[in-house]
Design a binder for this molecule. Structure first.
Ligand SMILES: Nc1ncnc2c1ncn2[C@@H]1O[C@H](COP(=O)(O)OP(=O)(O)OP(=O)(O)O)[C@@H](O)[C@H]1O
Ligand SMILES: [Mg+2]
Length: 158
């Protein structure tokens, strides 16, 4: 029987947040989905920077707001697909097709910000991380699993 996990981590600055991303990357080998939830400027993209670094990518991670999605080349066979659907609006059709292709690819790791409008096609078994602004550079990160695959990742972080 699967018991889902919840983990709460306090980040004291951007470095803490990216280092957590580096650690999470160690638990990934393709086919995983990570959803990042939180207000503007709480550190979601900063976290992705760490994930990309942890996967051995030399690519520069930027907020993909204007392009919707970016792909970072990692070491080995896997790719990191970074989506930011903040500006997507109602036009979810094309993006859902693109997302579906990513989800069908066992070598793709999907990390998405602002994914509410595509929840219906995301697998239930995904890691969700809630970024909560505290004050100054402090953020509370609530990490949850929702199935066996995501549980393995949260377990690794705890
Ligand atoms: N503990 C922290 N963790 C992450 N970022 C922090 C932290 N403290 C300060 N920051 C700063 O907050 C900003 C976070 O920006 P980032 O682009 O990662 O936010 P975001 O959640 O992706 O926002 P958006 O929803 O607009 O994409 C950066 O400028 C970063 O340096
Ligand atoms: Mg962002």
């Amino acid at each position: 029987m699967n018991q889902d996990l919840r983990l709460e981590i306090l980040s004291n600055g951007p470095e803490d947040t990216s280092n957590l991303g580096v650690k999470l990357a160690e638990a990934l080998d393709g086919g995983e989905v990570i959803e990042l939830i939180g207000d503007l400027g709480t550190g979601k993209t900063q976290f992705v920077r760490g994930v990309a670094r942890g996967l051995g990518s030399k690519d520069v991670v930027q907020s993909p707001s204007f392009t919707i999605s970016r792909i970072y080349q990692a070491t080995g066979d896997v790719y990191l697909h970074h989506f930011d659907l903040y500006r997507l609006g109602e036009n979810t059709g094309i993006i859902k097709t693109e997302l579906q292709e990513v989800l069908n690819d066992p070598l793709a790791i999907l990390v998405s910000e602002w994914a509410d409008s595509v929840h219906d096609i995301l697998p239930k078994d995904r890691v969700t991380i809630n970024f909560i602004y505290m004050d100054g550079e402090k953020r509370r990160l609530l990490i949850k699993s929702n199935g066996p695959k995501s549980r393995k990742i949260v377990e690794y972080l705890s």
